[in-house]
Design a protein around this ligand. Sequence first.
Ligand code: SDX
Length: 435
Amino acid sequence: MDASQSNAPKSATLTIGDESWELPILNGTIGPDVIDIAKLYGQTGKFTYDPGFTSTASCESQITYIDGDEGVLLYRGYPIEQLAESDFLETCYLLLYGELPTAAQKADFDYRVTRHTMVHEQMSRFFHGFRRDAHPMSVLVASVGALSAFYHDSTDISDPQQRMIASIRMIAKIPTLAAMAYKYSIGQPFVYPKNDLDYASNFLRMCFSVPCEEYKVNPILSRAIDRIFILHADHEQNASTSTVRLAGSSGANPFACIAAGIACLWGPAHGGANEAALKMLGEIGSVDRIPEFINRAKDKNDPFRLMGFGHRVYKNYDPRAKIMQRTCHEVLGELGIKDDPLLDIAIELERIALQDEYFVERKLYPNIDFYSGITLRALGFPTSMFTVLFALARTVGWIGQWKEMIEDPSQRIGRPRQLYTGATQRDYVPIARRK
Ligand code: SDX
């Protein structure tokens, strides 16, 4: 029985001094109820205060559900463990349309995405303005934002057709732009997409093929990267998705909103953690130095944190991390990498941390970024491309959440308030009279 049928209270009573107000309680299909405070300021003249939004639901959504205590992740109700065995474009269809596609719908979706994978030829000139050692994330932010300069027929967000074509274009072109950012960083020529390859194979070929020889896609590795995309596709109202929603709430075009999401994802506390986690494993260097770094992570005076550990929502094992660990072993096995010292360090670090009371009492577990770096490095990507791959996969989540927000009749521009603790009003003193 869900809360709406039980005798659960329908409202919360707020009492301040000798005044009380009833605040409606809204029920979801699963997960915590919410207290509707939309009228709070009008009724009480007070704001709520929740920096970091630890207790704040910013929107209503039907796309992704996370149960952090149970380590559950559902895309449109389907468990990530089951979807990890589907293919990424099927997951894209599910996230965008809300239902799994029939065979005919899937074939049509694949066809539509495949035929939008090329970018305007003039886009390639943007890249040549960057230094070769520019971080690929800086190139990706710029090139995705620049898409709005080329596709004027998909920036009218009031037109459902244009919203869908913009969504398809974003999903289709992000691998091409990501591969171009990689090729540019290593001084190799761009590789055009091929329509007879599936999404993941096309991406691997655009990254790793060279004009001088045929490139044969390894199906095990292509399957692995496709699954990695599925794991990263969406994750409810995380920092970058909230950024996309806030940017979109002003009516900004979808390409600019996705560029804003990419910029937010770049931070080491968010999508940049996969790059930071691999660097951390390299800095630890050997299993016998793990205790030193565990102590540093626990030391309040040391800013060091175990990258790839902990999560705002998961207070249990991130279900994606388990699948990522399995994928890591699959890739290393396929490539014949028997003893990757960083993997040995990661496994031992996880074992020690999960026994240490500091991590246990704070419910800090490996998250999706803990094993992804080792896997992506084994696949041939430099650490600077790790967050680019995260952004590539999360683009469908961002555009799906953007579309849901635009199509929500109750949506308004997001405009939070604040607790002001600055100077009270005072008069200007001309400089000649200042002491
Ligand atoms: C992603 O939101 C999402 O869904 C994100 C994501 C997605 O798919 O979109 O899942 C992707 O961003 C995963 C997280 C990747 N980031 C990292 O791995 C960076 C390392 N992790 C931490 O920085 C941290 O755990 C966060 C940022 C992920 C979560 O931070 P919170 O929720 O604000 O937690 P907190 O900083 O308040 O920490 C609570 C306590 C603190 O100790 P006390 O002050 O209570 O004594 O736990 C400690 C923290 O010091 N802590 C850590 C730690 N993470 C938290 N201590 C050591 N190492 C860590 N990694």
